[in-house]
Design a protein around this ligand. Structure first.
Ligand SMILES: *[C@@H]1O[C@H](CO)[C@@H](O)[C@H](O)[C@H]1NC(C)=O
Length: 609
């Protein structure tokens, strides 16, 4: 354990806490900009034409023959009407085309081919009349008659099974398997099999097929892209739920935790009562560990202290505040809220707890309650700069940049030593379109905090956003230099601590080099360097994943997505990482199943980037 604890503000190494969404202009945006490379599920990319020919033809026919029914291709119609019974007049068609094996033996190959085509045509007519059982039977006969089985017979019969009531998905699978055995790039059969697999809740196989269909269609088909997206979402959400249900609650990365605590000004330790209990002393040890940045130690101790019992109200309120904060960081929002409310009941003038309670309400999607909490905090101490800073963050996230800017300014007027209220002010000004003001705020901040890397880094992000690449890289370089020059803050290395270098400027530099010179190698080296220093840097992992995808290094990309899932703190982050992971996996499977298409795929990926 170290004895010399630096001030909390000094330990704010990167600001990616609750404010993650708020503070970053560039990183996230840039990742999105370069990302999605091979992520074809996105609906907004690529030129989109009509639907594949056969579906279109079917629909045209459909329009002509039965104007009354509006339906989408061969997709199952929810409204019906679906004819299950074969009526007498239809039975005649079947009688007309009833051939025994002996009949067939007497026919020539040409005759049989012609007959099969005729049966198929009759089947198509029955299909467009929505007489699915007859259509299916006609296709069955075509299959019996034909000297050479054609994939379309099976695929069309599968379409009948999809539309029957109830749909016969197992049969759909059988027929599509057969159709695809005969023609591996038969898009309609792939889509039909996917529909059946999806209905049978075999989502991963459905994703495989929808993906193949979308790629074979060169992403020209909106319905296919939407299907990929829908199934991906289903798989990722389900998987995320499973992971979160079984995952031990744990603290996020050191950088994250220290940034979160760093967003609150340090307060003196509470004075112990005259005759402190064991629990009282444990609490003080916990708060000391917190001050030293030894977070898991602080967490263990505060739990112990509360178990042992704390003898005075202020101490107990502090303990509940701290335990609630840890719960919040471990995404146990409900437990966090309980602790904060208990803390407030004991010691309502601890304004920090109100501010944290506001975060809980925001997490629960209740901004009204969040703002009420801020008001309560102000009632207790109108001069606490933390309140206005955090209210600014909430307003920022809600895109209320003018109010946000006012609140940051107010926070700064109460205490101008917190670098992030300056930075956030500049970013809020930028977001509300006042570039000149924003740049002025940044320059002032750079001057006021010459030894801090953060103003350089975020100013760099602003420059990057404006495509002023060279200036941006200069700022990132300066930020990196300042980070490297920081003296190690601790006399000893403890496993409880993370890296003391904030690697975000390194990742940003990589992104800038990529956007500026398309220098993927340099971008990768920056991210790898960042990960060497801080293996938990999510931005570096996410960027490396996208850069790898871009180059077709799918294995590396997959590893990075898996890592991203491990690091993901919240459910949406986890779902996003899993979505990429599964989308990529489906693509890998595609290149394995369609090796001849692999090259075309990477060309398309490049074209879409
Ligand atoms: C801060 O934001 C609130 C909105 O929640 C707004 O009413 C207020 O005027 C802003 N400015 C200050 C200085 O508090």
């Amino acid at each position: 354990m170290s004895s010399s604890a630096p001030s909390v503000v000094e330990r704010v190494e990167a600001f990616i806490s609750e404010n993650k969404r708020a503070v970053i202009i560039g990183t996230a945006a840039a990742i999105v900009a370069l990302g999605g490379v091979a992520y074809y599920a996105s609906t907004s990319r690529g030129p989109r034409g009509g639907e594949p020919d056969v579906e279109k033809a079917e629909r045209k026919k459909d329009k002509k023959k039965s104007k009354s029914k509006k339906r989408k291709g061969a997709a199952k119609d929810k409204e019906g009407p679906i004819l299950e019974e074969i009526k007498d007049e239809d039975a005649e068609i079947l009688n007309e085309f009833d051939f025994s094996p002996e009949d067939l033996e007497l026919m020539s190959t040409e005759e049989r081919t012609k007959l099969a085509a005729e049966l198929k045509a009759k089947g198509n007519t029955a299909y467009t009349q929505r007489k699915f059982p007859i259509a299916a039977e006609l296709y069955t006969r075509a299959i019996k008659v034909t000297p050479k089985p054609e994939p379309v017979f099976f695929s069309n019969r599968a379409a009948c099974y999809v539309n029957m009531a109830p749909p016969q998905y197992e049969k759909v699978l059988e027929d599509c398997n057969e159709a695809l055995r005969l023609d591996t790039s038969y898009v309609k059969a792939l889509n039909r099999r996917a529909t059946a697999l999806e209905a049978l809740d075999r989502s991963e196989e459905a994703l495989r097929d929808y993906t193949a269909a979308a790629i074979l269609d060169k992403f020209q088909n909106d319905a296919a892209a939407q299907s990929v997206e829908r199934v991906l979402k289903k798989i990722s959400s389900k998987k995320a739920e499973q992971i979160l249900a079984t995952r031990e609650p744990r603290l996020p990365s050191y950088t994250f935790v220290s940034a979160y605590f760093g967003a609150f000004r340090t307060r003196p330790l509470p004075a112990l009562p005259d005759e402190p209990t064991e629990g009282d002393r444990t609490l003080i040890m916990s708060l000391e560990a917190l001050g030293a940045g030894e977070y898991s130690q602080a967490l263990t101790l505060v739990n112990e202290a509360l178990e042992q019992g704390i003898s005075w109200d202020i101490g107990k309120a502090e303990a509940l505040n701290l335990r609630g904060t840890f719960k919040f960081l471990m995404t146990e929002v409900h437990g966090a809220k309980e602790d904060f409310l208990s803390s407030i009941a004991l010691h309502p003038s601890l304004t920090q707890t109100w501010v944290k309670l506001a975060s809980v309400y925001m997490e629960q999607g209740d901004p009204k309650k969040a703002f009420e909490s801020f008001e309560e905090a102000i009632k207790h101490n109108p001069d606490d700069p933390d309140i206005y800073y955090h209210r600014g963050q909430v307003l920022f996230i809600m895109n209320e940049f003018t109010d946000a800017a006012e609140n940051y300014t107010k926070s700064t007027s109460l205490d101008d030593q917190f670098v992030f209220s300056h930075i956030q002010l500049a970013v809020a000004q930028y977001k509300s379109g006042d570039l000149a003001k924003s740049m002025a705020t940044f320059r002032r901040t750079l001057k006021a905090f010459p030894q801090r890397s953060e103003p350089q880094n975020y100013y760099g992000e602003l420059l990057l956003d404006q495509q002023r690449f060279q200036d941006a890289v200069e700022k990132f370089d300066r930020a990196i230099e300042l980070e490297r020059a920081k003296p190690p803050p601790y006399s000893q290395i403890s496993s409880d601590r993370g890296p003391h270098i904030n690697v975000l400027p390194l990742v940003n530099k990589g992104l800038a080099l990529y956007q500026w010179k398309q220098d993927i190698g340099a971008a990768e080296r920056c991210c790898q360097e960042a990960l060497r220093i801080d293996p938990e840097c999510e931005a570096a992992v996410a960027t490396l994943a996208q850069l790898s995808l871009q180059q077709g290094k799918i294995d590396v990309a997959m590893q990075m997505f898996e890592r991203q899932s491990e690091l993901a703190r919240s459910e949406p982050e986890l779902v996003a990482a899993l979505t990429y992971q599964y989308a990529t996996a489906a693509q890998v499977e595609f290149t394995r199943n369609y090796p001849e298409m692999a090259n075309q795929l990477s060309q398309m990926a490049r074209a879409m980037a």
